[in-house]
Design a protein around this ligand. Structure first.
Ligand code: UDP
Length: 237
């Protein structure tokens, strides 16, 4: 039997907030759930990492000097659990099987991250949402996504954003920004393109994990990229 495709999709917490910039917008949850469903229908195994920036980020929480960075980061990790539970609801609402696995034990709410168990869920066609980041302060959910993708043997990690891929400069600020279709890990690191943070890119590089950057809000784009090898995206490899 042909090996199934296995991917890990990462999107930021801010994506869940929709226009509000804060909290969780149900219509966005539903939209993402449908996009994920299309992948499962095409027999793709899907892991998900969601950020927490729509609720709190460690760095900003600690800016006033009252909350220490480490505590701020733990607060950020908890925020990702909130998002993961919301996403689980949206996916289950349309009939998909989902498990949330947290890097920090919160057994009343979800499973703890157990690598072998995660693989088993994926093989059974369940979506696995990896929550609470890496479980360590001073990391990001981009690094979490890369780490989990490597652990579960994903074919690649998809960084789902609001833009079409990686550009030589900020496409929101510069009209002549050019989209880069393929970028090497080294130039992603050296040129400060900020596809992901350096820790995440270095981990991907060491493990030869391609990073696909794409617009999640173009309907059907995820499916096109993963199943048909088309779609609009940039690849770091
Ligand atoms: N975080 C952490 N360790 C991790 C992952 C996340 O400490 O392994 C914290 C960190 O404070 C981060 C917050 O969780 O700012 C939310 O994650 P992130 O900023 O990556 O979310 P996004 O920007 O993708 O919404």
């Amino acid at each position: 039997m042909a090996k199934k495709k296995r991917i890990l999709v990462k999107f930021s917490g801010e994506a869940l907030a929709g226009e509000n910039g804060f909290g969780i917008e149900p219509s966005v949850l539903s939209y993402i759930a449908r996009e994920i469903e299309s992948l499962l229908k095409a027999d793709v195994e899907v892991g998900i990492v969601i950020g927490g920036g729509n609720i709190i980020r460690g760095v900003s929480a600690s800016e006033g000097g009252i909350i220490r960075r480490t505590s701020g980061d733990y607060m950020g990790m908890l925020a990702t659990v909130i998002n993961a539970v919301a996403m689980q609801e949206a996916l289950e609402h349309i009939g998909l099987d989902v498990r949330v696995q947290s890097a920090i034990e919160i057994k009343e709410i979800c499973e703890s991250y157990i690598y072998r168990r995660a693989i088993r869920h994926l093989e059974k066609g369940r979506v696995v949402i990896f929550a609470a980041g890496t479980g360590n302060p001073f990391f990001t959910t981009d690094t979490t996504a890369t780490l989990r993708a490597v652990e579960i043997g994903a074919d690649y990690v998809i960084k789902a954003t609001k833009v079409d891929g990686v550009f030589d400069k900020d496409p929101n600020k510069f009209q002549d920004a050019k989209k880069l279709d393929v970028i090497s890990y080294d130039s992603a690191l050296a040129e400060n393109i900020k596809v992901m943070d350096d820790t995440a890119i270095a981990l991907a590089k060491d493990n030869r994990l391609p990073i696909v950057v794409c617009n999640m809000f173009k309907k059907g784009n995820l499916l096109e990229i993963v199943v048909n090898g088309g779609g609009i995206c940039s690849i770091v490899k």
